[in-house]
Write a protein that binds this ligand. Structure first.
Ligand code: NAP
Length: 444
């Protein structure tokens, strides 16, 4: 891989990169099929990604005509890597074996290892014969919506396609590696003013938040809306807050420490709730929710915003869904994409139907939504929320931090990039936006 790296760092043109032979194997972070049962009987919190995630060489797969091979400069930790590495809610090898049965090319994914990771920035080093819009040498970022363009159901909203998958979670050969294989329709231009690691952290989380709030399939936020954002300095929450502010709406951000409250205020979010300081107990025991606590949250939101939220940006799931449905304004929308604390959620349906509220389900983003989000980042209208960066060898430790809510924003991962701050091609735009804004989460 060092030949590719040297050539990329020297700014070699596409024909030089194309002449470098692909290695037979490459370094990647993966879980092993033989370990599926290793955490049986343990609580989620005790399942340790440091025991299940390996970094070692895997064989380089062949590419299909509609795919490219990417030299991955940087990637990021997403929560789906936590799920894969603790084999919850189910082992991801089932996804790989189903994909393996779909086609000859699908069969490459069905391996006794699963290379994880659903974000990447890097350089195209091979392009399949059917790839038209991208060429070797292009600097790109990857979005994780993996769709079959021969499936008719993929041609309205590709997130509705019957075999839609998340690359690096429901497919093999994800982004936490020195090489990855992706479909050409997962590629987007790398934001020129950002480093490799700043470019790599946005794809999954920012696009998810865009669809939830801005895209026509989500909550369709409008100017003046009040938007309650759970986990407002976390991965998706920190992009949500920026989109709310950009859209002329008012964020009410929920976090769990004074440090995060400060970071949120520095982002321009004036209405901040520290849920730890407030001590909310929405569940009085494992089976019972406490409406008085929902009411206390609603009162706090009214104190801060003057009104009930038009939209609640929901993802913690079981611990908060009852409260989210309760506090949403009459006719308002709870938009949900996840259930970090448990997927068997419970809410009082009377508050939903009597007050004509809606729950909108959202999942990642289609190519157009991801592209529009990438464009906002490339224009400097939304900033990366990179808080720290680790080398690929420390991916398991970083996944463990995300598992235990010990990070803010996004954790970046240097794959081929030998150090931070490489890959910035437009220093003028960067200077206009300002280091303080671009690095807000690192400095916060
Ligand atoms: P993250 O970086 O860990 O942030 C999650 C935030 O949620 C944390 O910062 C935390 O904030 C808050 N939180 C955690 N547990 C909570 C609880 N019990 N009650 C209230 N708040 C809680 O994760 P992320 O990347 O933002 O992802 C969040 C969830 O969305 C994950 O489950 C992930 O798998 C899912 N997701 C889904 C999609 C999709 O396409 N469907 C895409 C991206 C992410 P405080 O502790 O500061 O309050």
């Amino acid at each position: 891989m060092h030949e590719f790296l040297d050539a990329i760092l020297a700014g070699a043109p596409g024909d030089e990169l194309a002449a470098i032979p692909l290695p037979e194997s490459f370094r990647a972070a993966f879980v092993r099929k033989e370990d599926i049962g290793m955490f049986e009987g343990l609580d989620s919190a005790d399942k340790d990604p440091r025991k299940s995630l390996y970094v070692d060489d895997v064989a380089t797969p062949e590419i299909a005509p509609d795919e490219v091979v990417l030299a991955v400069m940087a990637s990021s930790i997403n929560f789906n890597t936590v799920w894969t590495s603790i084999f919850e809610p189910l082992p991801t090898f089932g996804f790989l074996s189903r994909l393996g049965k779909e086609s000859v090319w699908g069969a490459r994914h069905d391996q006794p290892f699963h290379v994880v990771g659903s974000d990447a920035s890097g350089v195209v080093v091979r392009a399949g014969s059917a790839v038209r819009n991208w060429k070797v040498g292009d600097k790109v970022v990857v979005h994780c919506n993996y769709v079959d363009d021969q499936d008719p159901s993929a041609h309205d909203d590709s997130m509705l396609s019957s075999n839609q998958r998340i690359w690096g979670f429901e497919t093999n050969y994800g982004g936490l590696a020195d090489l990855t294989v992706v479909k050409a329709n997962q590629l987007m231009p790398k934001p020129a003013h950002l480093s490799w690691e700043e470019s790599a952290v946005n794809g999954l989380c920012a696009s998810t938040s865009y669809r939830m709030l801005v895209g026509r399939h989500g909550a369709r936020m409008k100017q003046g809306d009040n938007v309650l954002v759970w986990g407002a300095t976390g991965g998706i929450g920190a992009y949500a807050v920026q989109l709310v502010l950009n859209g002329g709406a008012t964020p009410i951000g929920v976090v769990s420490s004074p440090r995060r409250a400060e970071l949120l205020r520095a982002m321009g979010c004036e209405a901040v709730i520290d849920r730890a300081a407030e001590g909310y107990r929405f569940w009085s025991d494992e089976h019972t929710q406490d409406e008085a606590e929902w009411r206390r949250l609603g009162k706090k939101v009214r104190e801060l915003a003057g009104e009930d939220p038009d939209i609640v940006f929901e993802h913690p799931g079981r611990s908060t869904m009852g409260a989210s449905v309760f506090v949403t304004k009459r006719g308002g929308t709870v938009v949900t994409c996840a259930a970090t604390s448990g997927y068997m959620v419970e809410f009082d349906n009377r508050h939903l139907w009597m007050k004509l509220k809606r729950i909108v389900a959202s999942h990642f983003a289609n190519y157009q939504e991801a592209w529009e989000m990438n464009r906002l980042i490339s224009k400097g209208a939304v900033q990366p929320v990179l808080s720290a960066c680790v080398p690929l060898t420390e991916v398991a430790e970083a996944a463990n931090q995300v598992h235990h809510n010990q990070h803010e924003g996004k954790l970046g991962v240097l794959c081929l990039a030998p150090r931070r701050d490489l890959g910035i091609d437009d220093p003028e735009l960067r200077a206009r936006i300002g280091e303080d804004r671009i690095r807000a989460f690192e400095r916060g």
